[in-house]
Design a protein around this ligand. Structure first.
Ligand SMILES: [Fe+2]
Length: 134
């Protein structure tokens, strides 16, 4: 069941909130397509979009970590790296097993995102805001 954005997850930085919302939207689009026929090409596209958007989003956060000398940068970057590695594994499985793994991928990513938003991402709000980023 796709989840939708909740203001509870706001990190109080517009650019980042918008990226998190976009990420959730991509996940929701994939979930929706699963129940439609003739979806293969679109799904491929969305899976590529999901991966590149994830990397783009991580790069955005990490650029601010470096710029603001954020004290928890290393543990946060480690979580990003772990997820990127997991997504790579799913990509390989997607190629060999096809659509059947997608419900698992979506569940995993939604759980990861919600947990990451509520724990790691919330921690940088103060640092980012103190540097004038809202
Ligand atoms: Fe993050």
């Amino acid at each position: 069941m796709p989840i939708s954005w909740s203001d509870d997850w706001s990190v109080n930085v517009k650019e980042i909130d918008a990226q998190h919302q976009t990420f959730l939207k991509i996940l929701a689009s994939i979930a929706e397509l699963l129940y439609r026929p003739e979806r293969a090409e679109e799904l491929d596209d969305l899976m590529r979009q999901l991966e590149s958007y994830m990397l783009y989003h991580f790069a955005t956060e990490e650029r601010y970590f470096d710029e603001f000398d954020y004290e928890l940068a290393e543990e946060h970057k480690a979580e990003h790296r772990d997820l990127a590695a997991q997504v790579l594994k799913y990509k390989t499985r997607y190629k060999s097993e096809g659509d059947s793994i997608l419900p698992e991928v979506i569940d995993f990513l939604e759980d990861w995102l919600v947990d990451h938003l509520a724990t790691q991402d919330k921690k940088y709000t103060r640092c980012f805001n103190e540097h004038g980023l809202f």
